[in-house]
Design a protein around this ligand. Structure first.
Ligand code: PLP
Ligand code: SF4
Length: 402
């Protein structure tokens, strides 16, 4: 076990918070993922039993319940301090009245997924890969969830995944080589149910690559049993993207769950959402990526928060995201630097957003800036007519002058 001296940085050390608010619970129950799910905190009364709520939170719980359910596993709930409503963990899972506010840019389906669904539950936006929404349930619910229109089952829309239709579509579409299981959270299924889906996908010869996007290892590390890992290992190559936003989410239990997955040969990536008051500063993100690397997880994406209705209080600026990347690249391990992306509103897919390291580029030279701000020149080979820069510039001009 790695233990680090507690320093100034919030949450660099791996700690366990059990039993926390559940002092009387037997360890066998605590470690049983079904007990964790059954005993989730889902009501105002349960919240008030443990926390001193602010007015914003209390009204948030009462008024936002028909948009996205409240549910927090006991494991994750133990990370929430009794008093501080501004706590970065608390802001992610406890509703606030701001969720009922609408800002002019807010959308119910910010990534335009519904319009890219050839079959209910299957989003086919990119040429060679699909997003397969296998359930609308999660272990706990994130207040900024980009799919809150369907997730948790209380919102305005319902997810009706047609599994047979989806498998038929995938069989017919030989260009699909990568299937990403998401939802909701696929790891909420029993081993058997999940295995039925994985084995069915593996029976399709052109599907080379399987991955699961999940927050279960963080919300419910007890779910990552040796049996689950052994089952998943039968379907390699299978990769996993987990979702951690703040270093304190990486507890001892979560670290051990991630190690079990890594030991089953599953390459692990992390997707973080840039969130105001949660992780919108360089030091917090640096601590997070260092802890992820210690858990054998490679930071994959940092997402600009989607324009989901009721999330404006959690959205940080794009400039802040770029500042964070700038503060990581060169300053720490390259494996620890995620790609910052905006999922283009309306359905354009993920677009990489990078700090400006290219200062000038023509067919004679490129002028670049390093992490310290020093400027360098590299000669361009010239004469390569197959590489074009112009379209971007033309589009840019059109965009500016139209
Ligand atoms: C994010 C996403 C993917 C996977 O994208 P990668 O960049 O390959 O990780 C696939 N389909 C949809 C609809 C997505 O939103
Ligand atoms: S775990 Fe993922 S799908 Fe579930 S509520 Fe959080 S962001 Fe949404």
């Amino acid at each position: 076990m790695i233990t680090l001296a507690p320093g100034k940085m919030d949450g660099k050390e791996f700690v366990s918070h059990a039993p926390g608010y559940w002092p009387d619970i037997a360890p066998e129950l605590w470690n049983d993922w079904k007990w964790q799910l059954k005993n989730r905190v889902t009501s105002l009364a349960q919240l008030e039993q443990h926390l001193v709520l602010s007015n914003e939170e209390r009204s948030g719980v009462l008024l936002s319940g028909d948009k996205l359910a409240l549910a927090v596993t006991p494991h994750f709930f133990n990370l929430i301090p009794r008093d501080n409503p501004g706590d970065p963990i608390r802001r992610q899972v406890i509703p606030r009245i701001e969720e009922t506010w609408e800002s002019p840019y807010d959308m119910a389906d910010p990534c335009g997924e519904d319009s890219h669904m050839p079959v209910p539950g299957l989003v086919h936006r990119y040429p060679d890969r699909v997003l397969f929404l296998v359930t609308d349930r999660c272990a706990s619910y994130c207040r900024y969830c980009t799919r809150s229109r369907v997730v948790s089952g209380v919102g305005e829309q319902e997810l009706h995944t047609d599994f047979e239709e989806a498998f038929r579509y995938l069989e017919q579409h030989t260009e699909v080589r990568d299937v990403l299981l998401s939802g909701g959270d696929a790891l909420i299924f029993s081993d058997d149910k999940l295995e039925k889906i994985l084995s069915r996908l593996r029976a399709i010869p052109h599907i080379e690559f399987l991955r699961i996007g999940t927050r279960v290892p963080i919300f419910l590390p007890q779910r990552i049993t040796p049996e689950l890992c052994a089952m998943l290992a039968k379907y390699h190559p299978l990769w996993m993207s987990v979702h951690v936003n703040h270093p304190r989410e990486l507890t001892i239990e979560v670290k051990q769950a991630l190690e079990r997955l890594a030991n089953a040969g599953i390459p692990l990536g992390n997707q973080s959402v840039l969130l105001a008051g949660v992780n919108d500063d360089v030091e917090t993100m640096k601590t997070l990526v260092h802890k992820l690397l210690m858990c054998r997880v490679r930071p994959y994406y940092l997402y600009q928060c989607d324009l989901i209705t009721g999330s404006s209080h959690l959205r940080a600026s794009v400039a802040k995201g770029m500042e964070i990347i700038e503060g990581l690249r060169g300053h720490t391990t390259g494996y620890g630097v995620p790609q910052f992306v905006i999922d283009a509103p309306g359905g354009g897919g993920k677009v990489p957003i990078n700090p400006g390291y290219v200062l000038y580029h023509d067919n004679e030279k490129i002028v670049i800036r390093n992490y310290e701000g020093k400027i360098f020149e590299y000669p361009e080979t010239g004469g390569d007519q197959t590489v074009q820069f112009a379209p971007q510039r033309e589009y840019h001009d059109e965009y500016l002058y139209s």
